[in-house]
Design a protein around this ligand. Structure first.
Ligand code: CA
Length: 224
């Protein structure tokens, strides 16, 4: 199993890596919530061990954001907090299970086994629209034999559009979903990314076009 460990206490992260690697798993470790999002979007994991109190972005926000993006990787939240409201908040945000710190090795491994047994049914690695396919773990867009690598933001914008092709996305909605509500990104930035994506679609010789609907917003269309 590929497991991402998101934990800012390096001694605990080291211990987790040791335990999980000894049990035959492959691990990556990041120490803040924003890096966690980058790794989860960029790579494919079977399980995410996610601390709650993290620098830059807390664990609840991380799990909420990835579920919004339709990433279904199981999340086991690690927390020192034991109160019921925190557990409910994490589960509401889209976590699958909880493990309260401190925990022992056997309990951790048992939970990991139980959670990874549940996967396999709902692994989504690719979404498609028209003649293009988007690889969710490689952030690559393909059409026929041509493939292009997308930057992280290009990937998020096209994933948004391809994830709901019936919908027209305003610039505000794109900024909110791809950058977060607190960002200082402007409409011009969105236009720039749409223009990069159009160039890549042309390079792919795809018939998919990003249409700008009467200045309302963007949506995907198949052209003849
Ligand atoms: Ca922490």
């Amino acid at each position: 199993m590929n497991i991402l460990i998101v934990e800012d206490e390096s001694s605990l992260a080291g211990a987790l890596e040791h335990i999980l690697q000894k049990a035959g798993h492959i691990t990556d470790w990041v120490s803040d919530g924003q890096s966690a999002l980058d790794y989860i979007r960029g790579f494919s994991y079977d399980l995410i061990l996610l601390d709650v109190m993290l620098p830059r972005l807390d664990g609840f926000s991380v799990v909420h954001q990835i579920r919004t993006e339709k990433i279904v990787t199981p999340v086991l939240m690690l927390t020192a907090r034991t109160t019921v409201p925190d557990k409910v908040e994490g589960l509401d945000a889209g976590a699958d299970d909880y493990l309260t710190k401190p925990f022992d090795t056997d309990e951790l491994l048992a939970r990991v086994r139980a959670m990874t047994r549940r996967t396999g049914e709902v692994v989504i690695n690719e979404i498609s629209f028209g003649d293009v396919a988007l690889s969710l773990n490689k952030a690559q867009l393909s059409c026929g034999k041509r493939t292009v690598q997308l930057s992280p933001k290009e990937f998020q914008v096209i994933r948004l559009l391809m994830g709901d092709p019936q919908m027209t996305f305003t610039k505000e909605l794109i900024i909110d979903r791809a950058w977060g509500m607190d960002s200082d990104i402007t409409d011009n930035n969105v236009e720039a990314y749409i223009s990069f994506l159009r160039k890549k679609l042309r390079y792919l010789k795809s018939h998919v076009a990003i249409k700008n609907l009467q200045k309302i917003g963007y949506h995907l269309e198949m052209e003849p």
